[in-house]
Design a protein around this ligand. Structure first.
Ligand code: NCD
Ligand code: ZN
Ligand code: ZN
Length: 429
């Protein structure tokens, strides 16, 4: 069965060009691509005129929760949410139970992914055993078992010596180290950014330096060890400055920023509502602007959601008791398109680069390219489609979002993975 996708503008290497695509469901490959292909090149024609085809989005920061947290999300539900959001590759964080911290655990996890995933899942291995910060994992063995990179996300690596050893080993194995930057000795029981909202709600604050101190420490360790050091969910102005300086110094540091830190700041928190609680927290307006600027000038390399589903009961608790984290896969593109592309702050091509080519390049992934002979994995976007975000309609098990009820324009209407539809809205247009 061959399908001709006809009439769309296709995003490729920073440009949008009119192209028709023929996809084989049998091989899962793109067979032909040209400005105009006739109907007889395929068994079926899908009219995508007026729509955009983008390589499937890549999200290198996703919590799928399985194994151990299936009440929050599963590999199946999380990858369905990914497909709905236009993503065909997601990288799964290792703060699960058990943690993929050995070759055997990683192999077990790969088998679960093989059975249950609807899009590609690349799992992270942990930096330390059980993410406990005490004993180093075997970077080489984890890499051999298919680990995408190493991280202890959910918690910072507290000791500089441990991070030094981790980076040294990772550099030798040729695997990146991705860091959740949080110095627990600077945490002081905080739940929100140490700013006016925390003061107003009388909640302990999380300093900007709780994050930036780790980044400053780690870029120097990356320089010393030659490791590829990737900073997760950058949230402060000082962090952007430290990363900018490190890049200028030629250190191999890359960084991601999440949609919520680009879209929101502490002033948007309406009150004691845990839908606005995540780690790192929503910072000041000044930090938010520094993140936007950092993304535009290339200090921050790309966007990753930090999709962090939790149960409704957990997130109904007051801020002081609820867990940190919000979902992101189903809302990222509509929100970023509405509030940054429609407002002309970002070009559509830039946004698509931050969701496809840029993460692929940073991590040397052979995905995110559309060409004859390449895998057919792409998403079809209808930029005119208006809809109101409705958390109750999420396919993710996590309904936790601060964006419930927000009006958006533009969304994925089809997602193709291995040549097959993994998301198809009733009306394509
Ligand atoms: N981001 C969050 O607020 N929470 C994440 C952990 C993390 O990314 O640090 C989670 O696992 O729930
Ligand atoms: Zn984190
Ligand atoms: Zn995370």
């Amino acid at each position: 069965m061959k399908k001709l996708y006809k009439g769309a503008r296709v995003y490729q290497n920073g440009k949008l060009i009119r192209q028709d695509l023929v996809v084989s469901e049998v091989t899962g490959l793109i067979e032909q691509m040209a400005v105009e292909l006739s109907h007889d090149t395929a068994d079926e024609t899908i009219d995508v005129s007026g729509l955009i085809i983008s390589p499937g989005f890549i999200d290198v920061h996703v919590h799928l929760r399985e194994p151990g947290g299936e009440q929050k999300e599963t590999i199946s539900s999380g990858t369905k949410a990914a497909a709905k959001g236009g993503y065909t590759t997601v990288c799964a964080m290792p703060n699960t139970r058990p943690v993929p911290d050995t070759k055997e655990q990683m192999e077990t996890l790969q088998a679960m992914i093989g059975r249950n995933a609807h899009v590609r899942v690349l799992p992270y291995g942990s930096i330390t055993i059980r993410e406990a910060g005490k004993d180093l994992t075997d970077a080489e063995a984890l890499k051999q078992a298919g680990a995408f990179a190493l991280t202890d996300d959910g918690v910072g690596v507290q000791s500089a010596g441990m991070m030094y050893r981790a980076m040294k080993q990772a550099a030798q194995a040729g695997i990146p180290v991705a860091a959740h930057c949080e110095d627990n000795s600077l945490l002081f029981g905080g739940h929100l950014h140490a700013g006016r909202k925390a003061e107003e709600l009388n909640i302990n604050g999380i300093l900007s330096t709780t994050e930036s101190v780790h980044i400053a420490r780690d870029v120097l360790l990356a320089e010393e060890t030659g490791a590829h050091y990737h900073v997760c969910h950058v949230s402060t102005e000082a962090s952007v400055r430290v990363i900018r300086d490190a890049k200028k110094a030629g250190i191999h540091v890359t960084a991601e920023v999440s949609p919520h830190h680009l879209l929101l700041n502490e002033d948007d928190i309406p009150g004691d509502d845990a839908q606005f609680k995540m780690n790192p927290p929503l910072r000041s307006r000044r930090d938010q602007l520094a993140l936007i600027e950092g993304l535009i000038d290339g200090t921050l390399d790309f966007i990753a959601t930090d999709h962090a589903p939790h149960t409704e009961e957990e997130k109904a608790e007051p801020i002081q008791h609820a867990p940190f984290g919000i979902t992101g896969l189903e809302t990222a593109f509509p929100l970023l398109h509405t509030f940054f592309v429609k407002t002309k702050l970002f070009k559509l091509e830039e946004l698509l680069a931050w969701m496809t080519d840029k993460p692929a390049n940073v991590f040397n992934l052979p995905y995110g390219r559309l060409a004859p002979g390449e895998k057919a994995e792409f998403t079809v976007l209808n930029l005119e489609k208006q809809f109101k975000i409705d958390a109750s309609s999420f396919v993710s098990r996590g309904k936790n979002t601060p964006f419930d009820g927000w009006e958006t324009i533009g969304q994925p209407v089809m997602t193709i993975f291995n040549g097959k539809d993994v998301l198809k809205k009733e009306e394509v247009k």
